[in-house]
Design a protein around this ligand. Structure first.
Ligand SMILES: Nc1ncnc2c1ncn2[C@@H]1O[C@H](COP(=O)(O)OP(=O)(O)OP(=O)(O)O)[C@@H](O)[C@H]1O
Length: 234
């Protein structure tokens, strides 16, 4: 589904922020992604959702070589990926319901179908009473849940989440993790970046750990930061 082969990445003429990265994600797999602040997690995710090309090496996504992929073919691959951005990226002039509905509208679903489905999902993430609120009227944690709902609504093949539970309390974080688990059970491949060691201990998924520009694959339940740390959170 996704293969990195000796990938390196630098911004402009700066140093390589990722180097010699090689790993594969099998279809239907679930990985946590960890690393201290600034280690390169967001950069790795940006490569995965085609916002960035590697500066060296080979990256294959859905059987296509991303480096040589013609620009015109990129949107087709991109549509198969759901992303929860660290800074949410909701559209300010749209309500929660309209934000979440966007991927379904783009895919051409009918309004009645969309409204029922979106309202149900927003209710599931605890925003039943906020469906008509605009982002500015929502707390950070509520905006984050809208962003998660928008990323999962169209059932992407690959779901990438950058600290998707960073703004909610532990109870809601566990509930949201269950939503990702449900998606994973029906076939979505998931990469979930987090500093939350409690989640990593509780859910049995392997860990991609970024350290000094290298990516290491660790077994489920690993604590890459050691018991005395808070996970390297900034
Ligand atoms: N647009 C950019 N231009 C230049 N350097 C960048 C850019 N974005 C990130 N970097 C650098 O790349 C490195 C990795 O950053 P990245 O955002 O991928 O880390 P991160 O692990 O996601 O951090 P955090 O946990 O704080 O979000 C950092 O040294 C950062 O300064």
């Amino acid at each position: 589904m996704l293969t990195f082969d000796n990938v390196g990445m630098r911004y402009g003429t700066g140093p390589e922020v990722l180097r010699d990265v090689s790993f594969s994600l099998a279809p239907g797999s679930f990985h946590f992604l960890t690393g201290a602040s600034g280690a390169g997690k967001t950069t790795l995710l940006r490569l995965m959702y085609l916002a960035q090309k590697p500066t060296r090496g080979t990256l294959t996504l859905f059987g296509k070589d991303v480096v040589t992929l013609p620009r015109a073919e990129r949107p087709d691959l991109r549509r198969r990926i759901g992303v929860v951005f660290q800074d949410f990226r909701l559209l300010d002039h749209l309500t929660a319901l309209e934000n979440v509905a966007l991927p379904l509208r783009i895919a051409g679903h009918s309004s009645a179908e969309i409204d029922a489905h979106v309202a149900e999902l927003l209710s599931w993430v605890g925003l039943k009473n906020q469906v008509h609120a605009k982002p500015a009227q929502l707390s950070g944690g509520q905006q984050q849940r809208v962003a998660i709902a928008r990323a999962v609504i169209a059932r992407p093949d690959l779901l990438l989440a950058d600290e998707p539970t960073g703004n909610v309390d532990d109870r809601i974080a566990v509930r949201l993790l269950h939503l990702f688990e449900e998606m994973n059970k029906v076939g979505t491949t998931i990469v979930f970046a987090t500093h939350n060691q409690q989640l990593i201990s509780r859910f049995p998924h392997p860990v991609l750990h970024v350290e000094q520009g290298e990516v290491h694959l660790l077994p489920p339940g690993s604590n890459p930061f050691g018991p005395e740390t808070n996970g390297g959170a900034a």
